[in-house]
Every structure is written in C-alpha cells, then in structure tokens.
Design a protein around this ligand. Structure first.
Ligand SMILES: [Cu+2]
Length: 127
C-alpha cells in the first residue's frame, strides 16, 4: 500500500514536471529567422572571410569539427547560435548541408544571462 502511494506520488511529480516543460516550450513565441548559415567562430573572428560562398568549405569543416553553427540574420546582421528544439536533430548535423546558404529557420528564441539562442523546429532553403 505504502509502495503504491509512493509510486503514485512519483507519477504525479513526473507528469507535473513534464507538462510544465511542455507549457514552457509553448509559452515561447514561435519565430522565424531568414539568413545565412554560418559557423559562428569563423564568422566572429573573420577567419577565411568568415562567411559566404568562399567560406563554404571552411564552414562545413568547422561545423563537422563541432564549432557551433549559427544563423546570420539577413535584415539585422545579428548572429544567433542555433540549437535543436525538442525532438530535432543536432543543429550542426541538420544544418551543415546549408552552410553558406540562405535559409529560413522556424522555431523560437531562448534567452538568458546575456546569450540568445535560436531553437530550430524546421529549416527551409530560401529562394
Ligand atoms: Cu570556418
């Protein structure tokens, strides 16, 4: 009996925790960013030009080597490190094929402690 009650308590805590996480993700507004897929380190340091077609091979190598992939927003020039939203593949793995190309990412911004990330849900090559 005691064990059953304890189990029930665990279930309730678990369900509450999971649903609050879902609610938290839902509370974040859906957003989209259009811009170039870059590798953040090269872009920030300007290494090998840091962006564009001439930098594509470098961006691919850097992304495969684990440097965080990001998006350079076309209209603002702002850079966001991209991470996967829940259920998505790792951003480097999913986005390396678009390195140096312009895409539209859909997802949401995550911000804390002075860092703003973009959690992607979908990616589409921009025309
Ligand atoms: Cu690079």
């Amino acid at each position: 009996m005691k064990a059953a009650k304890l189990f029930l308590a665990f279930v309730i805590v678990g369900v509450t925790f999971a649903s609050s996480l879902v609610a938290q993700e839902k509370a974040m507004k859906e957003a989209s960013i259009k811009g170039e897929i870059i590798d953040t380190k090269c872009y920030l340091t300007g290494m090998m030009g840091g962006r564009g077609e001439d930098h594509k091979d470098c961006a691919v190598a850097c992304a495969k080597g684990g440097l965080p992939i990001g998006i350079l927003e076309e209209k603002t020039g702002k850079v966001y490190v991209v991470v996967p939203a829940k259920g998505q593949k790792g951003a480097n793995e999913a986005l390396v094929q678009y390195a140096a190309e312009t895409v539209t990412l859909k997802g949401m911004f995550i911000e804390k402690g002075g860092t703003k990330l973009f959690a992607y849900n979908s990616v589409e090559a921009a025309k």
